[in-house]
Design a protein around this ligand. Structure first.
Ligand SMILES: O=P(O)(O)OC[C@@H](O)[C@@H](O)c1c[nH]c2ccccc12
Length: 261
C-alpha cells in the first residue's frame, strides 16, 4: 500500500464522519456559501509571474516544514507579495492543515483560494465553498474518469474553478474534459515522492491550449520558472520554498521581485 492509498482510505472514513457531524443543509446555510468566487484562471492568464503560493505545515515526504507560522500572517503576506492565488492544505492527518486554515485565509486576504485536499466525495466541494474556497483540486491518480466528470461539473455548478492534477500521460488522456479550468502537472510523483521538472516539460505539448497550464511542486528557483514558461506554463504552485522560511510572505515577495526583474 502506498502512502497515497493510505491517505485516500483514511479520507473516505474522515468524510463519512464529517458528514454525520455537519449535515449538508448546514454547509449550504453558511454565509460564505452564497459568496461570489474569484477566478484564479483569469489571474494566471493575465500575470507575468503566475505564482500560486501554498500554506503547508508538513507533508508525508518532508515531515515538518514549518509549524510556527500563522495562517493569517501567511495569507496577508502572500497577498502583499503579489501572488495570483493561495493554496491551503486542509488535510489534517498528513499535512497538518484544516478547514479552519481555509477560513482564516479567507478572512485575511482577497486572493483566489485553492482548497488543497484529496477530494473523494462531493460533500468536500460543498465544504470548500462554505469555507471560502474559489478553486478545488482534483487528483487524476486517485479518481476515475467518471468521478472527475462528476466532481468537476458539480464544482462548476457551485461556482468553483477546477484544477485537475496529473502526473503522467495516461492520467492526462483520461482527464481532458470541458468542465476543467486549469491543468496541473505535478513534478512530484505522489507514489514515490520523486521530483523532476522534466515531468512538466514532457507533458506540456499534450495539454490542449484551452486549459491554463500549471506546474506544481519542487519549484525553488527563478531559473526553474524561466525554464518552464516557454513550455506554456502560466501558473507555478510553490509551497515548501516559501513555507520553510520564517516569513513566507516576505520570501514570496522577494521571489516575485526577482522574477519580474
Ligand atoms: O512544496 P512544493 O514542493 O512546492 O509543492 C507544492 C504543491 O505542489 C504540493 O504540495 C502538492 C501538489 N499536489 C498535491 C496534492 C496533495 C497534496 C500536496 C500537493
Amino acid at each position: 500500500m502506498t502512502i497515497l492509498d493510505r491517505i485516500i482510505a483514511d479520507k473516505y472514513i474522515e468524510v463519512k464522519l464529517r458528514k454525520s457531524v455537519l449535515p449538508i443543509s448546514q454547509l449550504e446555510n453558511s454565509v460564505l456559501f452564497e459568496r461570489e468566487t474569484i477566478s484564479l484562471a483569469n489571474r494566471l492568464k493575465n500575470s507575468s509571474s503566475g505564482i500560486i503560493a501554498e500554506h503547508k505545515r508538513r507533508s508525508p515526504s518532508k515531515s515538518i516544514i514549518n509549524t510556527s507560522l500563522n495562517v493569517f500572517d501567511v495569507a496577508k503576506g502572500y497577498e502583499e507579495a503579489g501572488v495570483c492565488g493561495m493554496s491551503v492544505l486542509t488535510d489534517g492527518k498528513y499535512f497538518g492543515g484544516s478547514l479552519d486554515d481555509l477560513l482564516t485565509a479567507r478572512a485575511n486576504c482577497n486572493l483566489p483560494l485553492l482548497r488543497k485536499e484529496f477530494i473523494v466525495d462531493e460533500y468536500q466541494l460543498l465544504e470548500a465553498k462554505s469555507y471560502g474556497a474559489d478553486v478545488i483540486l482534483l487528483i487524476a491518480a486517485v479518481l476515475s474518469q467518471k468521478e472527475i466528470k462528476h466532481f468537476s461539473e458539480f464544482a462548476k455548478k457551485l461556482g468553483l474553478e477546477v484544477l485537475l492534477e496529473v502526473h503522467n500521460e495516461e492520467e492526462l488522456q483520461k482527464s481532458i474534459m470541458p468542465s476543467l479550468d486549469m491543468l496541473g502537472v505535478n513534478n512530484r510523483n505522489l507514489k514515490t515522492f520523486e521530483v523532476s521538472l522534466e515531468n512538466s516539460k514532457n507533458l506540456a505539448a499534450k495539454i490542449p491550449n484551452d486549459f491554463v497550464k500549471v506546474s506544481e511542486s519542487g519549484i525553488s528557483s527563478i531559473e526553474a520558472i524561466k525554464e518552464l514558461q516557454p513550455y506554456g506554463y502560466k501558473g507555478f504552485l510553490i509551497g515548501e520554498n516559501f513555507m520553510k522560511t520564517d516569513d513566507a510572505g516576505k520570501s514570496a515577495k522577494e521571489f516575485i521581485e526577482l522574477l519580474n526583474k
